[in-house]
Design a protein around this ligand. Structure first.
Ligand SMILES: [Zn+2]
Length: 251
């Protein structure tokens, strides 16, 4: 049995995680719609009733309400409790896997951003700049906190990640005459390269490509169609998933 000693910072992280999970839900629903994520009060999407604190306690409110709005009984999007539970789960993994409590806190922030990017790219085929930018900042911080890396390693990783994807993007557009990789993927790769280091990038892209291929195959089977080059793929989601696995696997 591994003994886990929780520091004060770890406890703070675990207390913070459910609230962060709620905020990730706000981001996942409002960012793709271009809505304000800070000032606008939480309200039911269906009946527009502003929600009180009783309806906003992470996970517990959802369970107490049976997954439905208190006012109009419309089902609450299931992605909300999933993100709340996911944020807590990722905080636990970060505390377990990262070498120090400061790295666990930074790593959890990195993983939380990847989680919400995973959801937004999967549902809207978008990777908002505010999130890929935060991934880049936290990725640099992870490298600085790692005694074997440092800021130089973060910047080399960022240039390698974004540069390679930018070249693929241009080559694809020239050859096919349409956009294959979005700029969001290029920006995301800058943050993932910074956080994981240049040497992790080949495995990252391989894992993401395998994940995307399995996903596309499952979609084709489900819809009973053949796999086509034109099928839109949320490749950013699979980059996020692979990056999370590599960060926790290598830590
Ligand atoms: Zn309602």
């Amino acid at each position: 049995m591994p003994v886990i000693n929780l520091s004060l910072l770890d406890i703070l992280l675990l207390l913070l995680a459910p609230a962060v999970g709620s905020f990730l839900g706000v981001l996942a629903l409002r960012l793709p719609a271009g809505q304000d994520v800070v000032r606008q009060a939480s309200a039911c999407d269906h009946c527009r009733q502003v929600l009180s604190w009783r309806d906003l306690v992470p996970l517990l409110s959802w369970l107490a309400l049976g997954g439905k709005c208190r006012h109009c009984a419309t089902p609450i999007p299931v992605v909300l409790p999933l993100l709340e539970a996911g944020a807590v789960f990722l905080a636990l993994l970060a505390i377990w896997r990262m070498p120090s409590d400061v790295q666990a806190l930074t790593g959890a922030g990195f993983l939380w951003c990847l989680l919400v990017l995973f959801v937004i790219d999967l549902t809207h085929f978008r990777l908002p700049d505010v999130l890929t930018g935060t991934v880049f900042v936290l990725g640099c911080l992870l490298a600085v906190l790692d005694p074997w890396r440092g800021l130089n390693s973060a910047l080399i990783g960022a240039i390698a990640g974004a540069g390679s994807f930018w070249l693929i993007r241009i080559a694809y557009a020239r050859l096919r005459g349409r956009e294959g990789l979005g700029m969001g993927d290029v920006k995301l790769m800058a943050g993932l390269g910074a956080g994981l280091g240049a040497q992790a990038l080949p495995l990252l892209v391989l894992l993401a490509a395998l994940g995307a291929l399995v996903w596309a195959g499952a979609q084709a089977l489900r819809q009973n169609t053949s796999l086509q080059a034109r099928t839109a793929l949320p490749f950013g989601s699979f980059l996020c998933l692979a990056a999370g696995i590599l960060l926790l696997g290598n830590a």
